[in-house]
Write a protein that binds this ligand. Structure first.
Ligand code: NAP
Length: 247
């Protein structure tokens, strides 16, 4: 059931791993990142690795928190690739700090990038998928959205909202042959978590049943399943991938 997949924020980290895994599965790949400079360097390298699987792979710089830029991305994708069969809402940022010290600007920024981007892309790509009467949407939530996390009022709010948006999308689009699910990663080794202090990492590790951090490829494998024929009757679900963090 391959076709074309858009992965937002995919020049590095989990997004890059998902892009490469879906390329291996036979999907043509659209790599997105907010920065043209990063697209021209890291993004192009990811595209090259995707092409090694014999698929088409192109890059497009757009800030997915900006609706007009998402319109540009989706219009280009339709013209360049014909169909859009998979949407992975992966782009995300952290700006951590205790609530008492968190500025309104930093709160709003994280909500806009992590949460509003999901509305922007799902609305625009959803229209294309409705016309096609098929599609797969996978959102990147987080254990912070399921359980909350001190120092992440903004981030956990955005990820909790993504969980609700996943269920709403599944209910709105299910009758059109479109599934929408979310994965909720725990602690995955990427540039995002490289920013944490040794103390924060050790505290996290102590709570993980498997006593190790996850790798981006371990998220990509579950996303691949959610985009495969094997998951055709799975929708509105939140799959935690955390090595047993929450038990
Ligand atoms: P990452 O390494 O920081 O990569 C995030 C990607 O998103 C980067 O390519 C970044 O671009 C891009 N991006 C940021 N803002 C964007 C925007 N406005 N428009 C388009 N692209 C944008 O993060 P990651 O760890 O791979 O995380 C990927 C997703 O998984 C995020 O949604 C994150 O919240 C979620 N997640 C991660 C973990 C974890 O432990 N790593 C745990 C739970 C959930 P630049 O390169 O230009 O900054």
């Amino acid at each position: 059931m391959a076709g074309t997949a858009i992965i937002t924020g995919s020049s590095r980290g989990i997004g890059a791993a998902i892009a490469k895994r879906l390329a291996k599965d036979g999907y043509n790949i659209i790599i997105n990142d907010v920065s043209q400079e990063i697209i021209d360097t890291a993004g192009k390298e990811v595209a090259e690795e995707c092409r090694a699987f014999g698929v088409k792979a192109e890059c497009y710089a757009a800030d997915v928190s900006d609706y007009a830029q998402c319109e540009g991305l989706v219009k280009w994708a339709k013209e360049e690739f014909g169909s859009i069969d998979v949407l992975i809402n992966n782009a995300g940022i952290t700006r951590d700090g205790l609530m008492a010290q968190m500025s309104e600007e930093i709160y709003d920024l994280v909500i806009r990038v992590n949460q509003k981007s999901v509305f922007n892309m799902t609305k625009l790509v959803g229209k294309v998928m409705i016309r096609q009467r098929s599609g797969r949407i996978v959102n990147l939530a987080s254990v912070a959205g399921l359980y909350g996390n001190p120092g992440q009022m903004n981030y956990s709010a955005s990820k909790g909202a993504i969980i609700a948006m996943t269920k709403t999308t599944a209910k709105e689009l299910g009758s059109r042959g479109i599934t929408c699910n979310a994965v909720a990663p725990g602690f995955i080794q990427t540039p995002m978590t490289d920013k944490l202090t040794e103390e924060q990492r050790n505290a996290m590790l102590a709570q993980i049943a498997m006593k190790r951090y996850g790798q981006p490829e371990e998220i990509a494998g579950v996303v691949s399943f959610l985009c495969s024929p094997d998951s055709s009757y799975v929708t509105g679900q939140i799959i935690e991938i955390s090595g047993g963090l929450s038990m």
